[in-house]
Design a protein around this ligand. Structure first.
Ligand SMILES: [Zn+2]
Ligand SMILES: [Zn+2]
Length: 351
């Protein structure tokens, strides 16, 4: 088995060869056919999150161990399984739910394994898909992706379920009100696609990059606003002729979260998804006086990924730019994503 691993934080991933593991118990071994590269991979690669004020949170302190095979947006073909693995057969093509928990803690028992207190995430706490093979601990994490291509299906495991999990926090609001989407990277474009599949009112998209704003218009945005303009909030209010009920922030910097809270009408809701980093200061009386909800959203649950797949099966797969590259381009591709030179998603495929 050949895998690209982080051996030192921030240094190029190294190609390592080791014996292909044999599945035991409920385990299923897949041959990887597509592995998306996500912005979180950059955090896992560099090993830090910016938490504002010049401080960082180190992933090593959160149990991340090196060497680590990255890659949590994986599609593969079943090649072997343990004697207790039920419901899959050799040759099945499946999408892998990566946000696997311990299965026994309070949040796992509620079905929110993505919030597990002792996470076992694929590509973070167990080996991921920047490899030719991938071991999955149980067939319940394997999802039939129907008629989608592997390149279309792979990003659903992270950017798809992340966008869906965030939008679900608004309840029925997107059906009746336009929402504001901050950030038109992979997750933001996925959110636009999902809003269309949900037959929602749609979204006004804020991004600082003109190419990404153009991609957002192609993905069905109602309007786009340059995040670098001095009057972003006024421009948005002019477009909707009102204040905003719902904002989803896929960037998560100090300035974007501040923009999100500034946009909200009384009783409005801001869902923060992005992990760009930074900090905000809010006068505490504003929280009750404006009846403001600020809610975080971290990926999505296994049942949400199953729901998303059902939604996308019923609706035609909307526009989402995906570029397929060979697995050995992983270092260049990570750098391109870090430098902001990727529109939509890059999906790696073993050479
Ligand atoms: Zn991700
Ligand atoms: Zn757990």
């Amino acid at each position: 088995m050949k895998s690209y691993q982080v051996c030192e934080c921030g240094a190029p991933l190294q190609l390592r060869e080791q014996a292909t593991p044999k599945p035991a118990g409920t385990e299923v071994l897949l041959e990887v056919t597509a592995a998306g590269i996500c912005h979180s991979d950059i955090h896992f690669w560099e090993g830090v999150y910016d938490i504002g004020g010049g401080k960082v949170m180190r992933l090593a302190d959160r149990g991340l161990k090196l060497p680590l095979t990255l890659g949590h947006e994986n599609v593969g073909r079943v090649v072997a399984m343990g004697p207790e693995a039920q419901g899959v057969s050799v040759g099945d093509e499946r999408l892998v739910y990566p946000w696997i928990g311990c299965g026994t803690c309070m949040v796992c028992r509620r079905g929110d394994e993505q919030l597990c207190l002792a996470p076992q995430f694929v590509g973070a706490f167990r080996p991921g898909g920047f490899s030719d093979h991938l071991m999955v601990p149980h067939p319940q994490y394997l999802i039939d992706y129907g008629d989608l291509t592997p390149e279309q299906a792979a990003p659903l495991a992270c950017s798809g379920v992340t966008a869906y999990g965030a939008l679900k926090k608004f309840g029925n609001l997107p059906k009746t009100e336009p929402i504001v989407v901050i950030g038109a990277g992979g997750v933001g474009l996925m959110a636009l696609a999902i809003l269309r599949a949900m037959e929602a009112r749609g979204a006004i998209v804020v991004d600082i990059d003109a190419t990404k704003r153009a991609a957002a218009m192609q993905s069905g945005a109602l309007a786009v606003v340059d995040g670098r303009a001095g009057d972003v909030a006024a421009q948005i209010q002019a477009i909707v002729n009102d204040r905003i009920w719902g904002v989803v922030d896929f960037v998560g910097s100090g300035s974007t979260v501040k923009l999100g809270t500034d946009l909200l009408t009384k009783g409005g809701q801001l869902v923060v998804v992005g992990l760009f980093g930074g900090e905000i200061t809010i006068p505490t009386p504003y929280i009750p006086m404006r009846a403001m909800t600020i809610q975080g959203s971290y990926t999505g649950s296994l049942s949400e990924l199953n729901e998303l797949m059902a939604l996308l099966r019923a609706a035609p797969m909307p526009y989402m730019p995906v570029e397929r590259r060979p697995l050995d381009s992983v270092n260049k591709s990570l750098q391109d994503l870090k430098d902001g030179n990727v529109i939509g998603r890059v999906v790696l495929a073993p050479n």
